[in-house]
Design a protein around this ligand. Structure first.
Ligand code: G3P
Ligand code: MG
Length: 247
């Protein structure tokens, strides 16, 4: 089974990490999406890659200073296109409802929460509560660059598959020790510098491999031919339907 993950939803067709970007997955026959989760000052969990508003909304400032009431005043869509004016930063609860309604599968990336460890633990508990609300036929992977948080997640939720994320610069020979410590099922390496030998090593050790962020169909094909299980991409709409539906 090969998987194509829509990175932050259909992020080249709609503003990243919005409900509009997630709903478009279904329109394009994309079954899996990736999203990023973080937590506000009042412990509302939201979908956002950055912990500041500056890059993808009409406001600036820290996510950690906001409460749920602020979300109505923030436009996370008009920077991308007029038709997305007023698109909000979604709450995680709204996201879970959309995932159920549109029958999507999800790779939930827990952001390395810069608001502190106490908030990180609340974030983990809320992520788990949302996963428990998913319909039984939905599939889920939880991933993080923060392997300590991922370890804590697995302790609290052993039945959900997890993935250790690595940027190329942090992918050293201790990768397997880290996956073992976390009880992780997947390795999610960055595409940059990834070689066939590395992929073979991951696979020989029995891990599933999803590579990010792959925005070139030829490279995706090469990775799949090396035995990679999935790729995370901003251009899921360009992948042939045979690839989206491959077993
Ligand atoms: O999960 C793959 C990818 O999303 C990790 O990097 O920075 O896009 O969240 P980033
Ligand atoms: Mg991500």
């Amino acid at each position: 089974m090969k998987t194509v993950f829509a990175h932050r939803g259909m992020s080249s067709l709609a503003p990243e990490n919005t409900l509009a970007a997630f709903k478009q997955c279904a329109e394009h026959g994309v079954k899996w999406l990736e999203c990023d989760v973080d937590i506000l000052a009042d412990d509302t969990v939201v979908i956002s890659h950055d912990d500041t508003l500056d890059r993808c909304t009409n406001k600036s400032g820290s996510l950690y200073d906001l409460t749920i009431n602020d979300l109505d005043t923030i436009d996370a869509g008009s920077w991308f296109g007029d038709e997305f004016k007023g698109e909000p930063i979604p709450t995680y609860d709204q996201f879970i409802d959309v995932v159920n309604e549109y029958k999507l599968n999800v790779n939930i990336e827990i952001k390395s929460c810069a608001a502190g460890w106490e908030k990180t633990l609340i974030l983990l508990d809320k992520v788990i509560a949302g996963i428990r609300r998913l319909d039984s036929d939905r599939e889920v992977i939880v991933s993080s660059f923060n392997h300590v948080a991922l370890y804590e997640f697995k302790k609290r939720c052993p039945d959900v598959p997890t993935a250790c994320l690595f940027v190329a610069e942090n992918l050293w020979d201790d990768w397997e020790s880290l996956l073992q410590a976390c009880g992780a099922d997947y390795i999610h390496p960055e595409d940059k510098g990834l070689t066939q030998e590395m992929v073979q090593k991951f696979k020989q050790k029995g891990y599933k491999v999803n590579v990010y962020t792959v925005n070139c169909l030829k490279r995706a094909n090469q990775l799949f031919n090396w035995g990679v299980d999935g790729v995370c991409t901003d251009i899921a709409q360009n992948f042939p339907s045979s690839r989206l539906n491959a077993q």
